[in-house]
Design a protein around this ligand. Structure first.
Ligand code: ADP
Length: 380
């Protein structure tokens, strides 16, 4: 594997020079010759490794996600397909949004007979929400509400953008939320399991990590909507507020039991909304829902309890849409006054607010921001 070979070389001071070759990744966005020196392994996912690497020509730091692919005998590489191709295509479509990890380029490695890999060159972010939450836990501290607000806003904004383009992430969890410690920017990564929404589209019921898995997926619904991401976003939100995952079932069924302990027994209507093919079932004994103030252990302000409740609904269609969630009063504190951390929250891209009414746009873009950025905002 070239990236590993390069990591080996790295110890002896050499670096991986990657010439651009004919057929090297087709229309992938890499244009210039770059040399990457792998520095350390950032993560080991189910599909390969993610390295931190230095670009020798520019001194920049990038992340390289190296994914095993199939090589065909006698040919260089099989055309990218399935998961690999999907991640590249989706990242190309979404890159440029401030809350989605940016794909800088891609290249294939393994021409020398080592295991062929597709390498995605991504912008590097120093942390993940998972690591930050773990750090708070080790210090026996809770995340300050102003950070919860900032991170949840950016997560919802990234989802609103992806969903607006018909793309569902399906595996939202703290490990897939990258953070920049300095600017407190949050970016969604790992679009490898993402899907394009199609009418009657199918998703594997085991999709999404268990603690963040929407109840319709647990109940075996195979046709899904973008609401699966809203459930996961609700779980992430609660986790930031209480300092630990909200629903922690040891298996799929126990996960549902944990959800029922909080949301109460699903009604027949809820069950039908989650999975119309699910046999009618009486959950006995019936469990009453708990008030969200209690679920969030009194740590959260009232608006936060309200937002959690609006995201964590059994009925997928009843979950608050991400753009509506951005307008929720929990985020008003971000809009109220100019703050250096808040400047990048309102730089909506052309088309990002296409689905909004004028009144909604006015709610989403604070007046102080408009005044500060009037020449560019006028052209929107
Ligand atoms: P997989 O699909 O194989 O699980 P991911 O894309 O989820 O791979 O990445 C695995 C881990 O690598 C992430 O949880 C994160 O810790 C790290 N990582 C991924 N992308 C980046 C990046 N752009 N910058 C910094 N770390 C990253």
């Amino acid at each position: 594997m070239v990236a590993e070979a390069a990591a080996e070389e790295d110890r002896s001071g050499a670096a991986l020079k990657r010439p651009r070759e004919e057929g090297d990744g087709g229309d992938l966005p890499e244009l210039e010759l770059r040399t990457y020196r792998p520095q350390r392994i950032l993560g080991q996912g189910s599909f390969g490794k993610v390295y931190q690497a230095c670009v020798l020509e520019t001194g920049d730091t990038v992340a390289i996600k190296s994914i095993g692919i199939k090589a065909l005998p006698g040919q260089c590489f099989q055309q990218l397909s399935g998961r690999n191709d999907r991640e590249v295509q989706i990242l190309k479509e979404l890159s440029g949004h401030p809350n989605i990890v940016c794909l800088k380029g891609a290249f294939l490695s393994g021409v020398d007979g080592t295991e062929p890999k597709l390498n995605l060159v991504l912008e590097f972010l120093s942390d993940t929400l998972h690591r930050v939450l773990k750090h708070y836990n080790q210090m026996s501290q809770m995340m300050e509400h102003r950070y919860v607000r900032l991170y949840q806003y950016q997560l919802l904004r990234g989802l609103a953008y992806a969903h607006g383009k018909g793309i569902v992430h399906i595996d939202i969890k703290p490990q897939n939320l990258l953070l920049d410690g300095g600017s407190h920017t949050l970016k969604i990564c790992d679009w490898g399991t993402a899907r394009r929404m199609t009418l009657g589209g199918q998703a594997a019921a085991y999709a999404c990590s268990r603690y963040y898995r929407a109840p319709e997926l647990i109940l075996g619904a195979t046709s899904y909507t973008s609401a699966v991401d809203l459930w996961s976003a609700g779980c992430v939100f609660a986790e930031m507020l209480i300092g630990q995952p909200l629903f922690t079932g040891a298996d799929g069924i126990k996960q549902l039991v944990e959800i029922i302990k909080v949301l109460g027994t699903p009604s027949a209507l809820d069950l039908r909304a989650m999975n119309p093919n699910y046999p009618s079932y009486e959950f006995a004994p019936a469990v009453s829902p708990q008030p969200w103030e209690r679920v969030l252990r009194g740590f959260a302000p009232r608006e936060a309890n309200e937002l959690a409740e609006m995201l964590l609904k059994y009925d997928p269609a009843a979950r608050l849409q991400p753009i509506q969630a951005l307008m929720h009063r929990f985020f008003d504190a971000l809009r109220i006054a100019e703050q250096p951390d808040h400047l990048t929250l309102f730089n909506f891209l052309h088309g990002e607010l296409d689905w909004c009414t004028q009144q909604e746009r006015e709610r989403l873009i604070p007046r102080w921001y408009l005044v500060k950025h009037s020449p560019s905002t006028k052209s929107r």
